[in-house]
Design a binder for this molecule. Sequence first.
Ligand code: PNS
Length: 172
Amino acid sequence: MTECRIAIYPGSFDPVTSGHYDIIVRASRLFEKLIVAVAPNPAKQPLFTVEERIAILQEVCASLPNVQVETFEGLLVDFAMKRGAQVIVKGLRAVSDFDYELQMALTNRRLCPQIETIFMMTNSEYVFLSSSMVKEIARLGGSVQGLVPKAVEPHLYRKLGRAVPNRETNRG
Ligand code: PNS
């Protein structure tokens, strides 16, 4: 049996949310090395450039010594093979994620059977959370406190040309 040591956690991370970060922390405890792989995904018209997304992730993951942040072009499985990774980690929030994730996992297995996809359940606190939701809240002047790692907030509001709101902005 081969020992699983290196895992890849891919995504757009535009920007990294608290849900992503929770998966990064938990996955980093399971593998010797975790590579957070930032996909350019121009079709999604990202708010942040790849370089900005990498820099933000590096800042957020600074205290996790076995986490490395990189970008990749082309097929994810090719990148995983190049890095000697045996596992792709994906976070699952709800049943609604499952169809798409299953399709991707099976496609990746078809392309490269040596690489295993594992799913980690998102912490229940973050099941509703997505980068798109975070951007919409910030764009409309709401507070994203707790929805993204602390270091992400100033980058987000700066990029949107807004001041960081105080917490009272969101009334429940
Ligand atoms: O955060 P996202 O946007 O849901 O991440 C999607 C991502 C980057 C994981 C997915 O688009 C991907 O793996 N892209 C790489 C291209 C690839 O390998 N495609 C074939 C597998 S379906």
